[in-house]
Design a protein around this ligand. Structure first.
Ligand code: FAD
Ligand code: SIN
Length: 537
């Protein structure tokens, strides 16, 4: 049994920032299921949206965010996150983050990129490897901090809830987490008064995704099982431009290319975005993704093309060194030829419902970053607002830890009642094929039936199939010793089910949820969040 003042699950930008900031108030443990470096955060290309130019204002960033969120943004959260942004960027620079600078317009010497849905240039970036730069800076600070312990190769399995493991309680409370040590195969008990879920997104619920393998929605699934409120799971953002190449797994072609003038084209070289939206290539992401999806279905082609070859070759190589290099490795010279692209699942706007400080509906449980649903994004996320949210919400949740420490006495009282993990009656599985088969089936089903364009019939078919799969997976889970693959399978099945159930509740099209049976938005009945809770509404 390990005890810390605060435990954060996840070592992406949200988790690392939280750990650094919360260490002011006590000892922090970071639990992460792979290497501490692995996360979606480190693959971020475009950058971090923030108001840093004299030509920009908080009001404009707020307006762009709310407009893209189509009526579902929590305006208090938007206001808070946008206004706290510049301070967070400054702190990163003080920590050593080396953002791309310029001698042109941008304040503080920063080069500010442009992305879809933004009325101004406001994306702070480090070339096209922003995530890697910020991640390395944060990790360095974490490693030097004697009050932070890192547990790599530990996958959190389930939260330790008071009512399930100790006894009845009026308002549920969490006292830490059971985590599988992937090296020893043992489940270890991590105890704390404040548990923070910073487990990132759930792109792996879909067969085609920009996300790394760790993005299996574990935090959302654990929080749901613990009884937390889950919101807006139907809003899945599909990035319009992932590289289409048989040897490229999940490689993103940043929206920043379109911000610098890249054009979307059909195989025959003709443009199409100007016939879908007045902002053409710089329309919000859902519109571009749907347009590509429509063109693919209409033409029967395998991909569309993104063309930046009209731009000066030196500029392209300097501004997008990582994309240039990766494409070159695959035989595509982006300074001379168009890049084959397709949409892929990229970001989940919904998640564990929190307030403006990251508190969930369960005491002692917080969520920050992509696993949370703060209300910043509403029905659609403005590009590069995610990393901004990770930083600000980590900072805000950490500020609550001084107060959370007061639960120490209560924790001590309950400590001896927290049982170790019980694996009685389970045996080692010799049927790993069940996991592989179900994993593949769920992800394909979600892509085909719950993708960019949805219908009631397909959603209902998905729900029927998922309910059978969930039953089978749960049975398997209780019969056999827990493995990392099984934990992830159970979680993607839970998250897929939450997405489908939420999508079925929304009988309209809004933002990222596009249903051909209800093409219009219906403000009267659906200008509200979709909330799901275990055994509840
Ligand atoms: P992550 O960075 O995903 O970290 C989650 C962490 O939790 C990982 O360390 C993971 O291993 C760990 N974890 C998960 N489950 C468990 C478990 N059960 N037990 C233990 N550990 C667990 N957004 C922007 O704003 N700007 C961009 O330019 C941008 N570019 C992107 C490019 C790509 C390719 C991708 C995939 C996303 C991009 N996004 C971008 C979105 C953004 O990167 C993510 O939303 C953000 O990084 C999420 O950060 P996070 O800290 O919440 O989670
Ligand atoms: C990108 O660089 O296109 C990704 C930006 C984002 O997801 O916010």
């Amino acid at each position: 049994m390990y005890q810390a003042d605060f435990i954060v699950i996840g070592s992406g930008m949200a988790g690392l920032t939280f750990a650094i900031k919360a260490s002011r108030f006590g000892r922090v443990a970071i639990i992460t299921k792979g290497s501490v470096e692995e996360s979606s955060s480190i693959y971020a290309q475009g950058g971090i949206a923030s108001v840093l130019s004299d030509e920009d204002t908080f009001e404009e960033h707020i307006k762009d965010t709310i407009s893209v969120g189509v009526g579902l943004c929590n305006e208090e959260v938007v206001d808070t996150v946008v206004r706290q942004g510049p301070g967070m960027i400054e702190e990163l620079i003080e920590l050593g983050a080396n953002f791309t600078g310029t001698t042109l317009g941008g304040q503080k010497g920063l080069d500010l990129g442009r992305e879809g849905g933004h009325s101004k240039r406001r994306i702070v970036h480090a070339g096209d490897i922003t995530g890697r730069e910020v991640g390395a800076t944060l990790l360095e600070a974490v490693k030097q901090n004697p009050k932070i312990d890192i547990f790599e190769d530990h996958i959190a399995v389930d939260l330790i809830t008071h009512t399930k493991f100790i006894g009845p309680l009026d308002k549920e409370r969490v006292w830490g987490v059971y985590a599988l040590n992937k090296r020893s195969g043992e489940i270890e008990t991590f105890i704390t008064g404040a548990t923070v879920l910073a487990t990132g997104g759930a792109g792996k619920v879909y067969i085609y995704t920009s996300n790394p393998d760790v993005a299996t929605g574990d935090g959302v699934a654990m929080a749901y099982r613990a009884g937390a409120e889950i919101k807006n799971m139907e809003f899945i953002q599909f990035h319009p431009t992932c590289l289409y190449h048989q040897d490229a797994k999940s490689f993103l072609i940043s929206e920043a290319l379109r911000g610098e003038g890249a054009l979307l084209k059909r195989k025959d070289g003709s443009r199409f975005m100007d016939s879908y939206h007045e902002e053409a290539e710089l329309a919000p992401r859902d519109i571009v993704a749907r347009a590509i999806d429509f063109e693919l279905k209409k033409t029967g082609d395998d991909c569309m093309y993104l063309d930046i070859s009209e731009k000066d070759a030196d500029f392209v190589r300097e501004r997008f060194p990582n994309i240039y290099k990766r494409c070159m490795e695959l035989g595509i010279d982006i300074t001379k030829e168009p890049i084959p692209v397709v949409p892929a699942a990229h970001y989940i706007c919904g998640g564990i419902a929190t307030d403006v400080d990251g508190r969930t509906s369960i005491k002692g449980l917080y969520s920050i970053g992509e696993s949370a649903c703060t209300g910043l994004h509403g029905a659609n996320r403005l590009a590069s607002n995610s990393l901004l949210e990770c930083l600000v919400m980590a900072d805000r949740a950490a500020a609550c830890m001084e107060d959370e420490k007061k639960n120490q006495e209560r924790l001590e009282k309950n400590l001896s009642s927290i049982p170790p993990w019980d694996e009685l009656g389970t045996v080692r599985s010799n049927e790993a094929v069940v996991v592989t088969q179900n994993w593949e089936e769920i992800r394909r089903l979600m892509w085909n039936y719950v993708g960019i364009v949805r219908s009631e019939k397909r959603l209902r078919s998905a729900q029927d199939r998922l309910s059978l799969l969930l039953k089978e997976i749960n049975q398997y889970y209780w019969d056999f010793k827990v493995t990392s693959d099984l934990v992830e399978l159970r979680n993607i099945a839970t998250v897929a089910d939450l997405i489908v159930r939420s999508a079925l509740l929304r009988k309209e099209s809004r933002g990222l949820h596009y249903n051909i049976d209800f093409l219009e938005s219906d403000d009267k009945n659906f200008k509200k969040d979709t909330t799901l809770k275990k055994n509840g509404a």
